[in-house]
Design a protein around this ligand. Structure first.
Ligand SMILES: [Zn+2]
Length: 109
């Protein structure tokens, strides 16, 4: 059944993996975690509608991240917090700049 295309509006993009609408700046789909930036290796990962593809290298990275943060729950919380901050601030670069500014300010207090 062909569904009428929703208007995406400005600054939005649709996840090609699950169809969720995301902010244009989103690095990954907030619904399925699909990576927009590197876009996966190929356009069509073969399986559609499944979970985000996770390769071994990615899993290892995430596992060591989880170890740093003690548990899956706290690691997930960190990622979630960063993602929300990123959505509000706009870019990681800006966030890091803010960290610099804040630490400068604190040094002067
Ligand atoms: Zn998605």
């Amino acid at each position: 059944m062909p569904r009428k295309a929703e208007k995406l509006g400005r600054g939005r993009k649709r996840c090609q993996a699950c169809g969720a609408i995301n902010p244009a700046r989103a690095v990954e789909c907030k619904s399925c975690g699909y990576q927009f930036v590197k876009g996966g290796k190929s356009r069509a990962p073969g399986k559609v509608g499944g979970s985000a593809t996770a390769d071994d290298a990615a899993i290892q990275e995430v596992v060591s991240f989880i170890r740093q943060h003690g548990s899956v729950e706290s690691a997930r919380q960190v990622v979630e917090d960063v993602r929300q901050l990123l959505e509000k601030v706009g870019s990681m670069e800006k966030i890091l700049k803010c960290f610099d500014l804040v630490s400068l300010i604190r040094e002067n207090i």
